[in-house]
Design a protein around this ligand. Sequence first.
Ligand SMILES: [Zn+2]
Length: 191
Amino acid sequence: MDLETLVAFLVDNAGPWISEQRDRHLETSESLPDTTRAALRGYFEPETLDRARIGSTSVIENPPFYSQFEAAGQAIPLDFSVWAGITFGDVILLSDAGESGAMPHSVVFHEMVHLVQFRILGIDEFARRYVTALAWNRFQYMTIPLETMAFDLQDRFERSDGRPFPAEVEIRRRLDATPPTPAREDRLSTS
Ligand SMILES: [Zn+2]
């Protein structure tokens, strides 16, 4: 699969997978626990904390469409089974299998950043930006702008020592400031 075909395949499949996972895990998810709400108050708007749902799983499953990569003898783009958490729209899913070593509430904070990104962009646009950047950056997921924003704000959260900063305002500001994903030709000419 050449890069262009790969990006198109991922864009076509990622959004529907996220929507399907969101609906599936919504049934068994709950509102944020009071202790989590208290820890995240001031970083996120009250309505955002109200809207968030959280659930748990023994392990985050990889998407069914990964079978295409396996059949072709290619590496899968991202192995979700080792992740500590993932967000599908407004549903955060925490894994018993993932080891984060992060401070309490830090993983949920990171996932809340994605929840706000989903809210602003919608599931399909989030998926498009995520997988396009992932493929262009040779599957180094730490370089995906939606992830660098989440890790950067998570780091600030850990250093904020319980003194909130308006993370949600910052996410909106940064997404506004993010230029549209450049055309592939532009990328190739500068790399
Ligand atoms: Zn993330």
